[in-house]
Design a protein. Structure first.
Ligand SMILES: [Zn+2]
Length: 94
């Protein structure tokens, strides 16, 4: 039996790529784009950092720097106060 030890079969190309549910940004989007301002009166921007249930997305997922994450958090809290954003938990509409 001629067993070919060196099998030409190789797992070619790149290895297995894991798909992550959240895409990580390298740079915080507010640092990257200076034109984007954090405004509590702008729920469209804030919604990027709020989950469906109204929770604030943590920094390691959103990719924000600590400085801007703080501003986001403040803005979201203000937006909640004036009912621009839902408050987590209490506003459950399926
Ligand atoms: Zn930043």
């Amino acid at each position: 039996m001629c067993a070919d030890e060196r099998t030409p079969q190789r797992s070619t190309s790149s290895g297995p790529r894991k798909k992550r549910p959240f895409q990580r940004r390298k740079v915080c989007r507010f640092c990257a784009d200076k034109q984007v301002s954090i405004d509590y009166k702008d729920p469209r921007t804030l919604r990027y950092f709020v989950s469906e249930r109204g929770k604030i997305i943590p920094r390691r997922i959103s990719g924000n720097c600590s400085k801007h994450q703080r501003e986001i958090t403040e803005a979201i809290k203000r937006a909640r106060n004036i009912a621009l954003l839902p408050i987590a938990g209490s506003h459950a509409t399926p």
